[in-house]
Design a protein around this ligand. Structure first.
Ligand code: PLP
Length: 400
């Protein structure tokens, strides 16, 4: 018997009941006159979630990787110079995608556990006096290490040195969960997908495109067909797509935007911060363990990568947790394999669910011989959640 426990992998995230119902739709005609009633408001809401007024948000059948590819192939040409940095599985993959498309990639290798190196970006961009670098890339939230980078800081660097490169941001595990301002931060390409902060099944590549990036597609010569901006722009403006869209998931996406906008993005971001902080209290104060993120300024509010003590195998702990307690944690990716397990705390997840994530991890860790006191992480996290819960009127005698 499986018990339908929530998953604590950092994507796909748990499907809220409201979205499960929203995607439960019969087949509909994607060329019908009524279809734009769904899609035109959806595009508008997506722009609010991305915080862009003048840009577009394209939705492709695909996953986040597709949005990476769409961003690159529409705006760059073979041999174009780009600047990026690598500090985890996902930032490595996007850099590698650029190399495989024949771009001239400068990838700065940063210690895993840190994020975008602003000083190095400033130095390299200020030395690029002829503005040969066409794209500056940044992974906003590196899901492998639980590190969030300062995208406003990257914009500031570009402005300080007066560099006109387009700003490409991987927001797959941040948009809709962690503060993000496409327009105010001057992000030209903002990559996301349906299965993280949007709380939906995998299947949609979502890409914010600034006017500057849309204009760049006129002269960019990397080949693209499926992902071409021109076809999207031509059809989206009337509420249609150049090919068959995933209609059920679009209903879900529209509803997911409603959920985020009804709550208010500021509150969504604050909620993610609070949920994350409880997990961090459990890990750091309760267990005395370390996060992969090296300093508080890198702490991610959507995922925590947690080092198990030296000599123990995190992969074994993850397998035990799955087999014995029916609960999933994120594995350590690439060079973190066996060293960390990850708790995803993004999307719709409650305090009590996260306490169960800590409890299940404690049980599985004890099973493989790790000396962690039962309840220690749960105690630290639960006190934090209790103390920071919304105040309600409590009888004087009960209030302690
Ligand atoms: C999940 C993720 C991706 C893309 O993944 P897909 O599996 O293609 O959806 C890219 N970047 C980051 C930071 C991610 O977390």
């Amino acid at each position: 018997m499986r018990f339908n426990n929530p998953v604590f992998i950092p994507g796909p995230t748990n499907l809220p009941e409201r979205l499960r119902l929203a995607i439960q739709q019969v087949t509909e005609d994607q060329r019908s006159p009524r279809f734009p009633d769904l899609t035109l408001p959806m595009f508008d809401k997506l722009k609010q979630v991305f915080r862009t007024r003048t840009g577009h948000v394209f939705v492709y059948p695909g996953s986040g990787t597709g949005a990476w590819e769409a961003a690159v192939t529409n705006t760059l040409s073979p041999g174009d110079k780009i600047l990026t940095s690598r500090f985890g599985h996902f930032s490595h993959l996007w850099a590698s995608l650029c190399e495989r498309h024949g771009l001239d990639v400068t990838a700065l290798d940063v210690d895993w556990g840190e994020g975008v190196p602003l000083d190095d970006y400033r130095r390299i961009l200020s030395e690029d006096r002829n503005h040969e670098i066409k794209g500056v890339f940044a992974c906003h939230n590196e899901t492998a290490t639980g590190v969030t980078s300062d995208i406003a800081g990257v914009r500031k660097v570009l402005d300080e040195v007066g560099h006109p490169a387009m700003l490409f941001v991987d927001g797959v595990s941040s948009i809709g969960s962690i503060e993000f301002h496409m327009e105010d931060w001057g992000v030209d390409l903002a990559v996301s997908g349906s299965q993280k902060g949007f709380m939906l099944p995998t299947g949609l590549a979502i890409l914010g495109v600034s006017q500057k990036a849309a204009a760049a597609s006129a002269s960019a010569t990397l080949p693209r067909t499926f992902f071409g901006f021109e076809d999207m722009l031509r059809t989206n403006k009337d509420g249609y797509f150049p090919y068959t869209p995933n209609t059920q998931l679009l209903h879900g996406l529209s509803e997911a935007c409603d959920m985020l906008l009804e709550e208010g993005l500021d509150r969504v971001w604050a909620r993610h911060r609070r949920m994350a902080e409880g997990v961090r209290r459990g890990v750091i104060d309760g267990w005395g363990f370390e996060l992969a993120a090296k300093e508080p300024k890198w702490h991610s509010d959507t995922v925590s990568a947690i080092y198990v003590p030296a000599g123990f195998d995190a992969a074994q702990m993850i397998k035990i947790a799955y087999d014995r307690y029916d609960v999933s944690y994120g594995t350590g990716l690439a060079r973190l394999a066996g060293k960390v397990f990850r708790i995803g705390h993004l999307g719709l997840v409650s305090e009590l669910q996260l306490l169960s994530a800590l409890a299940g991890a404690e049980m599985a860790m004890r099973d493989i011989g790790i000396d962690v006191a039962p309840g220690s992480g749960v105690a630290a996290a639960s006190e934090y959640y209790r103390q920071t819960a919304a105040p309600v009127a409590v009888a004087e005698t009960a209030a302690r």
